[in-house]
Design a protein around this ligand. Sequence first.
Ligand code: NI
Length: 169
Amino acid sequence: MARLPIVEYPDPRLKKVARPVHVFDARLRQLVADMAETMYAAPGIGLAATQVDVHERVIVIDVSETKDQLRVFINPEILWASEETTLCEEGCLSVPGIYEEVRRPARVGVKAQNEDGETFTLECDGMLAVCVQHEMDHLAGKVFVEYLSALKQDRIKTKLKKRKAREAA
Ligand code: NI
């Protein structure tokens, strides 16, 4: 297993749209294992392949407190979304240190495949619903800060640039 480098906003590679997975083989299982290791090490509760510069429809999530309930979503699709929305503070391993509230449907139905290519459906609520939607946005080339005003996005970019400069100094 290996930890993979995480691409950070506003890197243009985060805007790439991921392709569907067609081959469920050892390479895919290795990617999933490496993504899980990278997510747990960060530490984070979700990671999309886009964030490790692999542009395929693969997501790993673990919203459990015990960090032992890994969920893998390959080729995920939203089947339905609740009309009820929820405002939740989100963060992202690609936008380190930034936490902002985003409004999203409170519950979603998701269809996806596991590492063996078997299709499953899952009704998600709470943090899992937020996380699935956040990670699926990554696969579409969207980062959560893009829900915020242009002014806020500029402030975040400036903040991240300053931090990078400080770290390099
Ligand atoms: Ni993210």
